[in-house]
Write a protein that binds this ligand. Sequence first.
Ligand SMILES: [Fe+2]
Length: 368
Amino acid sequence: MDTSNQTTTPTVLLIDDERMNRLIVGDYLRDSGYAVLEAESSSEGLRIFDNARPDIVITDLRMPGGDGNQVVTRLQNVAPDTPVIIISGTANLEEALCMLREGASDFITKPVREMDRIKHAIDAAMKKAHLHRENRLVKSALEDAIQQQTHELRDLNAKLKNALESTVNALGVIVAQKDPYTAGHNDRVARIAMTLGHSMGLSRDRIDTLRVAGNLHDIGKISVPGEILNKPGRLTQEEFERVKVHPETGFEILKDIPFHGPVAEIVLQHHERYDGTGYPRGLKRDEAMLEARILAVADIYEALTSDRPYRQALPHEQAMAHIIREAGKQICPLCACAFIAANKSGVLSAIARNEHIENIADHENTHP
Ligand SMILES: [Fe+2]
């Protein structure tokens, strides 16, 4: 905190074209303990100010070659903390108020009958300037502290986000190890879902939630025995029921993790179908979240165009035909439209496989 004004002799710059006034006021100020610099015009006063940086300026208003208001205006720009006191014998009340609005600290009329009036004005102006300076320093220190804390919070958030991402990736790796046929499936579902979300104009946050949910949508399969997941043939009803639990298991695993979006709920709903034939709750139409409906169609498409233990991949065109056929039935029509729109860009076909299977719906329902 700057305390120089409290510990050193304050310097006053006195600007007045009348020598007698400078003499009277100057002597009084020196006798009162101030160091005094004198100038006979505003231009000379400003020059001295620039060189000597006095603590306070007292200036006449009317002077040949430049008025005192120039001093006020200039100091407001270059040294707003330096008080300027106007002493004038000619100004009216309106001019005085105007000078105060411009930034003058005080206004004293000449002739000065009580010289103590000047000392009081100086003391009050310097005290006020000192308070202003301290306030500014405190404000600046506060702003620095807030900025520092904001940086730290941002860093902490980034670290937490990274930790969460690492956890998500680790969980994905665990599932992929248990079910190697789905290795890469989660990533492709996530990318397809993000493409659809983008095509539907979803916000960046919602698209990112689709990415996370896509990567984790089958996390619940961790509780399904590997021999069921990797069974080459048709599942028995009992086995199928075991697999059907995976959205709820996934929800239980994810529900307490502080994701940015409703990842656990989307995972819970990713096997719901638009016509209510899905599971676990048989949600119809928009009873399931839009993100879950997007993920569902991405999951269906990716499953159809991938090789599985129980069948070969379907060509992209046939998978697309299936999506179009099921639009409004199992598949949300809005999502099917987004699929068709996204397909035009060629992004989706890059994921597709080129081999053929006979009965799409049968395979889609045999292995969830
Ligand atoms: Fe699934």
